[in-house]
Design a binder for this molecule. Structure first.
Ligand SMILES: *Cc1c(COP(=O)(O)O)cnc(C)c1O
Length: 355
């Protein structure tokens, strides 16, 4: 299938001051759209000027939340080229989300082709400064104008692009996390592993409460025992034990399988660290933080790549993780991974795709 291209007749001015770029606030000139109809499959793949969607108010996404999304980045390399990081993994994960949400599977190759066509039009929107990128947001929504609770027969897949500022304006900064012991994000058998909007809707109140208490993120516990660590907001968690072993909660169906999580685990092994995926009880983590067995902690996700965590608050008691600064392994992993993403270091796993 060819991707139709309609260029905007009114290109927008690109942001001039890259230091003021926040996250997800401005969008480029174009977007990709692909439509799905039962019996016909995916059709009408096209790059069109960025603009509002026209949706029937009865659309199932607006009532029952059949929605999934992805997040990845396009980077500008030191050589002035552009590259993506593991883009196919995002589309493959989108298909696992689609399956759980009862949505039509996407055509990974068509989505890749569409993304490249969209970037061909708009990659110049990728900012230049250190730490900035062009954030890519693939989305799929159910657009059947029907109020019955059933899988939709029509879907819209689209991709929008947003030039985004440096997550760390002045270098890596450690944050505190708040262990939520009342609300849960996901449950066994639920949709925790799917990147679907409802998981975020369910997390907003807890996030606001944690912020109010002075913490950057919520650390979620499992929905069954409210005892085992799952993940934070939009990041997976890693704990460094005794300066050599990296431990992360095992994927159990209610944790989002992060691509950054996977990349950090593979890099850490290559760098000679032991990596262990297992259940981690919160009381054990608190005790290990107190005793000093946990020497570093950090979150992993596309937005921040690696985010050092220096304090954890559980049942109104704050405990320090490591020495309160940025751990040496945390920093090494951050540097190694961002160097690969930016084309400054060799890419031993073939993760990057040059445009
Ligand atoms: C997207 C996401 C992550 C991180 O995944 P990456 O692929 O590393 O960006 C972690 N947790 C949740 C809930 C997410 O939605």
């Amino acid at each position: 299938m060819e991707i139709q291209m309609t260029r905007t007749s009114a290109p927008k001015a690109k942001p001039e001051d890259e230091s003021k770029l926040a996250f997800g606030k401005i969008f480029t000139d174009h977007m990709l759209m692909i439509e799905y109809d039962e019996g016909r499959g995916w059709h009408d793949a096209r790059v069109v000027p960025y603009g509002p969607l026209s949706l029937d108010p009865a659309c199932s996404v607006l009532h029952y939340g059949q929605e999934i999304f992805e997040g990845l980045k396009c980077y500008r390399t030191a050589q002035g080229r552009f590259q993506l990081f593991r883009p196919r993994d995002n589309f493959e994960r989108m298909n696992r989300s689609a399956q759980r949400m009862g949505m039509a599977p996407i055509d990974v190759e068509l989505c890749m082709k569409g993304l490249l066509a969209l970037l061909d039009a708009d990659k110049d929107w990728t900012p230049h400064s250190e730490g900035t990128s062009l954030y890519i947001r693939p989305t799929m929504i159910a657009v059947d104008p029907f109020l019955g609770v059933a899988a939709s027969s029509k879907y819209l897949f689209y991709i929008i692009l947003s030039p985004s500022g440096a997550y760390y304006a002045s270098g890596l900064a450690p944050v505190g996390i708040y262990v939520e012991d009342q609300m849960v994000r996901a449950v066994r058998g639920g949709v925790g592993f799917a990147k679907t909007g409802g998981n975020y809707a369910a997390s907003i109140v807890a996030g606001a409460q944690a912020k109010h208490k002075g913490y950057a993120q919520v650390l979620w516990l499992d929905g069954v025992h409210q005892r085992f660590i799952e993940e934070v907001g939009a990041m997976n968690m890693m704990f460094v034990y005794n300066g050599k072993e990296i431990v992360t909660p095992e994927l159990n169906g209610s944790i989002l399988p992060g691509i950054t999580r996977d990349s950090v685990m593979k890099l850490a092994q290559l760098m000679g660290y032991t990596v262990c995926e297992r259940q981690m009880a919160i009381d054990e983590v608190i005790a290990d933080a107190r005793s000093g067995r946990i020497t570093e902690a950090f979150g992993t996700g596309t937005a921040a790549v690696v985010s050092p965590v220096n304090t954890i608050c559980y049942k109104e008691e704050e405990v320090r993780l490591g020495d309160g600064g940025i751990g040496t392994i945390t920093l090494k992993l951050y540097q190694q991974l961002t160097d690969i993403q930016l084309g400054r270091a060799e890419d031993p796993f073939g993760w990057t795709l040059q445009l």
